[in-house]
Design a protein around this ligand. Structure first.
Ligand code: SAM
Length: 310
């Protein structure tokens, strides 16, 4: 079953509405795609050849590594990749039984992680039916977000879930902090950390200024190692300072204002920071260094045209 694939989760801070902005800025010629704050994985899915974006001329990454510090999320990705038939059956059961009482039962069952397929079923069901897709866990480990009485969209989009599973075949999926990435040459890293003051929305602990500085440091390490990075972040002066010297662009993004929790849509300014590409129309020359086996050990792009940095 082929067709377009898109994220199988609704994820706060997800980049679906700006996927074409991101695609237009993907580097040419990388050898592996790495997304260490994967969340709903909007860019990973947009890069799939069947995603319907013209920019997929970049081609599907031949290798990919997706990770996040949220272990529950990573279980869901792993089950989508490895146990799609059983997961579809679970979600059919949830769809059939969906009501307030079933939602309450699922919230409690969510604390039992012994069966990954059942757990992933609860995770996706609750993600689709809870209020504003907010991932709230109480001290007992129970999912504590309330049910959305105006269900927006399907609980199970079987075609999309099966396409997600196809897209994930051969992909490394890992629960780890971005901090543990060891930068490699020729790899393209898309880093989309929680923005300042939004970490509470992901239930994975604090993500303050020190963490933002650690992400920027990781980006510098990627640059030094000969990798490519693109990072999303909020349009704040201290973020610009952290990434001084790199290509920083301000982008207008149409999204729900997650922090205000009002569900209102609006336009906000965000930053896209890269260690390559002054603008989309750049002329690029690729310089690659290979070892005796023909493996790329270092590569970089050289630009003929440059525009002023913002
Ligand atoms: C803005 S969201 C990513 C959204 C994603 N780009 C998308 O399109 O859906 C940020 C993600 O960072 C994850 N996260 C928070 N702290 C982390 C850490 N230290 N290491 C790795 N992931 C982390 C959260 O669990 C969340 O999924």
């Amino acid at each position: 079953m082929r067709g377009s694939s898109k994220p199988f989760l609704k994820w706060i801070g997800g980049k679906r509405t700006m996927a074409s902005d991101l695609l237009a800025r993907v580097p040419v010629g990388y050898n592996k795609y790495c997304e260490p704050f994967v969340g709903g994985g909007a860019l990973f899915y947009a890069l799939q050849p069947d995603a319907g974006y013209s920019a997929t001329l970049f081609g599907k990454p031949t290798a990919a590594h997706l990770s996040d510090v949220n272990a529950d999320l990573i279980t869901a990705y792993t089950v989508v990749r490895d146990n799609i038939d059983e997961l579809v059956d679970e979600l059919k059961r949830h769809t059939k039984n969906h009501c307030f009482a079933h939602f309450q039962e699922s919230r409690i069952a969510f604390a039992d992680k012994s069966n990954p397929v059942k757990f992933a079923g609860h995770f996706i069901y609750l993600n689709k039916t809870c209020y504003r897709s907010k991932f709230e866990i109480n001290k007992k480990g129970h999912f504590s977000s309330s049910m959305d009485t105006n269900l927006d969209g399907e609980i199970l989009n079987e075609r999309n879930l099966r396409n997600s599973s196809i897209a994930l075949q051969g992909v490394q999926i890992e629960c780890r902090s971005f901090f543990d990435i060891v930068p490699e040459p020729g790899v393209f890293y898309y880093l989309d950390p929680p923005y300042y003051k939004t970490a509470q929305l992901y239930n994975v602990g604090d993500f303050g200024k020190e963490s933002q500085a650690a992400v920027a440091k990781k980006c510098r390490d990627i640059d030094k190692a000969g990798g490519y990075f693109m990072a999303s972040n909020s349009a704040e002066d201290y973020i610009r300072e952290l990434y001084a010297g790199f290509n920083i662009e301000k982008i207008n993004v149409h999204r729900v204002f997650a922090q205000e929790n009002t569900g209102k849509f609006g336009t906000q300014e965000e930053l896209l920071i890269r260690n390559y590409g002054e603008n989309e129309n750049m002329e690029v020359r690729h310089e690659r260094k290979k070892n005796e086996n023909g493996d790329i050990i270092r590569q970089r792009q050289i630009y003929k045209k440059s525009t002023s940095r913002t």
